[in-house]
Design a protein around this ligand. Structure first.
Ligand SMILES: [Ca+2]
Ligand SMILES: [Ca+2]
Ligand SMILES: [Ca+2]
Ligand SMILES: [Zn+2]
Length: 347
């Protein structure tokens, strides 16, 4: 009986939880105005070119990257009512690193409480811009994450002129940050250069040049600019959508609910190869000041014998260890080869 009650309660909680909404694109419209009516599908930078993107596919030449992050947890003026706890920060960052490990991207964070009731709850983008302008420090060097009772969850695309300035970074509401929902993974996807997988049907003009139809024929140059994320409508459940693409009349068919950049939050588990390549490309381009080379294991600015020795000491099954450069869960000769390749390739 007790078990049944707990089960019913958990179902009720599931149903009353607000659906996940991310307002990254709206934040851009607010800051930079709407795209021109009927505008074509302009490239935002070199990484939108599929040929450039492909040069960042995860081969031996793609160096592991450590992205610096500064997390600000807001409290009231008197230090009460924190938006999250130290344990929440550690759990959230560990989860983020697990999700990005196979992509050779790791996040290194510092965090602090900010006691300021003015920003403990925020109602809109302008207030959140004030919060960022007040508290961002060295934004060129690291990505900021603001955790508070915010109006929404959103990141900042790397092609925005403000991406590595004080107005950049991630605003995340305290509710998703304090539950293992992976919203932080989704928002970092935006900051490192990913669109929503449903951009091609939901965030562009219907049937326009940027529209990604159900046939997926122009997948590399429309929608999210990734042909390995299937065309999809905005869709929140974990089963395939019913219905058809109104432009081609074709059914949507088999979409990728498991993608972190979809809205199917309950079944998120993966980024695709092309998404990984886009992120490494943008990290090499607009975001080059945010990261250091992951192969520099002792963080002394050089990749040398001392780093190789650090790697050797970590040999064996070692998931989450910085020396597991390819995120395979095991530190082995493949990681050593990546380290040696990074010796030449790292900036
Ligand atoms: Ca796609
Ligand atoms: Ca070193
Ligand atoms: Ca490995
Ligand atoms: Zn989003």
């Amino acid at each position: 009986m007790k078990f049944l009650f707990a089960l019913l309660l958990s179902v009720a909680v599931e149903e009353t939880r607000p659906p996940f909404v991310c307002r990254t694109s709206e934040a851009g419209v607010e800051a930079f105005g709407p795209p021109e009516e009927g505008a074509s599908c302009p490239l935002e930078g070199p990484c939108d070119d599929p040929l450039v993107r492909e040069t960042f596919s995860l081969g031996p030449h793609v160096v592991p990257k450590v992205v610096r992050v500064r997390i600000l947890i807001f409290r009231e003026d008197d230090g009460s009512n924190p938006a999250a706890s130290a344990q929440d920060v550690e759990r959230e960052m560990q989860q983020l690193n697990e999700h990005f490990a196979p992509l050779r991207v790791r996040f290194e964070h510092v965090w602090e409480f900010i006691d300021d009731s003015q920003f403990r709850y925020t109602a809109n983008f302008p207030e959140e811009i004030q919060m960022k302008l007040t508290y961002a420090q060295f934004a060129l060097r690291r990505c900021h994450v603001y955790v508070t009772g915010s109006s929404a969850n959103y990141g900042a695309y790397p092609w925005w002129p403000t991406a590595t300035g004080k107005r950049g970074g991630i605003v995340i509401n305290e509710l998703p940050f304090t539950t293992p929902q992976a919203v932080l993974t989704h928002e970092f996807g935006h900051n490192l250069g990913l669109w929503h997988t449903f951009r091609g049907s939901d965030e562009v003009d219907p049937c326009s040049e940027c529209y990604e139809g159900a046939d997926g024929a122009e997948g590399d140059t429309t929608g999210d600019y990734c042909s390995d994320t299937p065309p999809t409508p905005l869709h929140v459940s974990c089963s395939d959508p019913t219905g058809s693409d109104t432009c081609s009349g074709l059914p949507w068919g088999d979409v990728q609910e498991t993608n972190f950049m979809s809205y199917s939050i309950g079944c998120w588990s993966q980024f695709t190869q092309q998404q990984a390549a886009r992120m490494h490309c943008w990290l090499g381009d607009q975001l080059a000041t945010w990261w250091r080379c992951g192969a520099d294991l002792d963080d002394d600015g050089d990749i040398d014998r001392a780093d190789l020795e650090e790697l050797r000491l970590a040999f064996g099954p070692n998931p989450g260890h910085p020396a597991d450069l390819d995120g395979s869960g095991v530190v082995d000769a493949r990681d050593a080869r990546l380290l040696i390749a990074s010796h030449r390739a790292c900036p």
